[in-house]
Design a protein around this ligand. Sequence first.
Ligand code: TXA
Ligand code: MG
Length: 307
Amino acid sequence: MSFSHDFSFPIALPTETVYGLAVDGTCDAAVARVYALKARPLFNPLILHVPDLASAQQHGIFDENALCLARQFWPGPLSLVVPLKSGSHVCDLARAGLPTLALRVPDHPVAQEVLRQCAIPLAAPSANRSGRISPTCTAHVRAEFGDTIPILEGGPCRIGLESTIIACVDGTVHLLRPGGITREVIETALGRALETHSKAVIAPGMLLSHYAPDSPLRLDATQVKPDEALLLFGTKRPSGWEQVRIIRNLSETEDLMEAATNLFSFLRQLDATKPKAIAVSPIPSYGLGEAIQDRLKRAAVSYKAQA
Ligand code: TXA
Ligand code: MG
């Protein structure tokens, strides 16, 4: 693939997790354009995408834990928050002025190719308007932004959930956002438990309301009304389900990987039918279920806040 784009302006980039809106992470003006396009609060920093660990180490300080995780899981759906290295030219706005930065090495072949060719860290938030559902295919990106930005085709995203974010700062290891790699797998790799509630690490992006469809979401539904849409998991059915017209099943076989891949796409499909609410079956809390529950809870909170 030969590729030319001026990264002062956003372009939609496929990754294995979700599509991102990529811009030059060393240029405040470029990063400002992406915040504006998404209507994203300026205190919510971006993830810097690089092709490999060596490039990441030009921008961040990797302690033993960060190195262990990077070696094991990069390229892949893991973002590491580490202290900023002096001499890094990642701009202030991309980091929202923090003394740390989030780095990620995606393993999608198109993302890899683009990162190798452009040779600058690309700041790439998910390609959705702030607070909305992340896009897992180019049609979703178009639904968010129309034809206002160029879009690189990379097929449907393999993982379908954003990266897991881990902060390795001051010798601690915190899970800031559950995502495409499970807590269990990371804890096994590290040989220690992840801390979850962080006072030491600021995570300004962990806004409670996020990933929201227009329709209200009702979690752990054991009964459902005819004017609601239904998002199932597995073979259990809530009472009243026979009357419901619009139903999707995240995974008939209770496969959490399949459920993660389908989550955002099915939420969009159900939302597009403008139901009174979207009733969601209970989802397990282990493995990728932790990240799926996290996204669903945020979407539900946003409804409660508006109601
Ligand atoms: O899978 C992904 O991570 C996707 C793809 C495109 O790579 N990107 C993504 O970006 O989900 P975004 O902007 O939607 O989420 C980035 C998260 C935000 O919640 C932000 O607060 C957090 O990363 N973050 C970035 N820098 C941080 C820092 N220095 N400290 C703590 N959190 C940080
Ligand atoms: Mg996002």
